[in-house]
Design a protein around this ligand. Sequence first.
Ligand SMILES: NC(=O)C1=CN([C@@H]2O[C@H](COP(=O)(O)OP(=O)(O)OC[C@H]3O[C@@H](n4cnc5c(N)ncnc54)[C@H](OP(=O)(O)O)[C@@H]3O)[C@@H](O)[C@H]2O)C=CC1
Ligand SMILES: CC(=O)[C@@H](O)[C@H](O)COP(=O)(O)O
Ligand SMILES: [Mn+2]
Length: 378
Amino acid sequence: MKKIAILGSTGSIGTQTLDVVRAHSDELEVVALAAGSNKERLKEQIREFHPELVSLSDERKAQELKEELAGEAVEVVCGMDGLIEVAGIDSADVVVTAVVGMMGILPTMEAIRKGKDIALANKETLVTAGHLIIPMAREYGVSILPVDSEHSAIFQCLQGEPKKALDKILLTASGGPFRGKSAEFLETVTLEDALNHPNWSMGPKITIDSSTMVNKGLEVMEAKWLFGVDYSQIEVVIQPQSIIHSMVQYIDGAVIAQLGTPDMRVPIEYALFYPERRSLPGDRLDFSKLSQITFEKPDYKVFRGLSLAIEAGKTGGTMPTVFNAANERAVAKFLKGEIKYTDIVRSIEKCMDAHKVSAHPDLEEILATEQWVYSVLQ
Ligand SMILES: NC(=O)C1=CN([C@@H]2O[C@H](COP(=O)(O)OP(=O)(O)OC[C@H]3O[C@@H](n4cnc5c(N)ncnc54)[C@H](OP(=O)(O)O)[C@@H]3O)[C@@H](O)[C@H]2O)C=CC1
Ligand SMILES: CC(=O)[C@@H](O)[C@H](O)COP(=O)(O)O
Ligand SMILES: [Mn+2]
């Protein structure tokens, strides 16, 4: 039995991870779950999967849950300490990091310190602290297995190939709901428009990130850390149908691609069983019915969030944290109706312009930089 802990079990990736567990209940066992405030969904998950430890970030709801589950064989903890406790639980072999945002840094570090392999969906952790996480994983001998669909695709395309033969990564992007639109059009975008991703059903924050193409920018930085490549070796290619999940070009000109229907259970399952594969029910590509697989160049002028991400990544140090934290704060405000759509990227630019970069930040400095951004954006 492989024992797993899931951080963010009630969300899009978390619930799909539990679908995979359900499909392989003879091989996977859930030992711990953590969520934010969705007590009812967490309770259903406890009833079905019987974890020994659960955490809710919301302290009041955690207390209610504790009372409702009194006498049952599950411990309830709360807050950031609770999330960290779930991440470090002794009985887990692998921790699925599916919380949103750079709050994933501390629990991910705890899981690594405790020797757990990481099935990593939470890209913001690598974007902001990749320079600490990757060496730490090496030091503790743990694997970081990508769950993000593009990075799983790249990981699959790299299997069995020598690292020195890699020429470049072709990171595919759907282009989001506003592909082909003008900068003027973006000024008119509503929350409903931005939450309407053409191919994927995901949590709200990443759905907005896909629409601004900030998601692709975060993924460029994630790829740099996961695969140890230079930014010059990562090219973003628009693939509007999200059928090719990414590709790797080798030095002899050969290109290997990974294709499939847009279904996150595939990369989740691949990460959980790597280096093996398991069966998975679901739709299959029918090439005789596929009307087209097309490609485009990204519009870096209209989708300035992508350009700023690449600039932040190349600058390095604290700048990726500034980019990420500004985006997190601005997207949260946009989701609450407090700012307009185009203010998201404007907020990122404002913080990047005002920031004095520190080249080699430790954890404390990364977290202080996050707080600085929040003070700028209030
Ligand atoms: N969804 C997708 O298809 C993909 C997602 N990713 C990445 O995976 C991560 C998760 O995304 P997604 O599943 O869409 O997000 P969701 O918003 O759907 O889920 C987020 C999860 O985190 C939990 N959470 C929120 N705040 C806290 C907290 N303070 N402590 C503990 N748990 C908390 C939520 O709990 P609650 O429900 O109680 O609020 C929920 O379980 C992101 O980094 C995203 O970029 C990457 C590729 C694809
Ligand atoms: C499913 C997944 O991995 C998302 O990150 C997805 O890639 C978003 O699509 P975009 O290509 O539109 O950002
Ligand atoms: Mn992705």
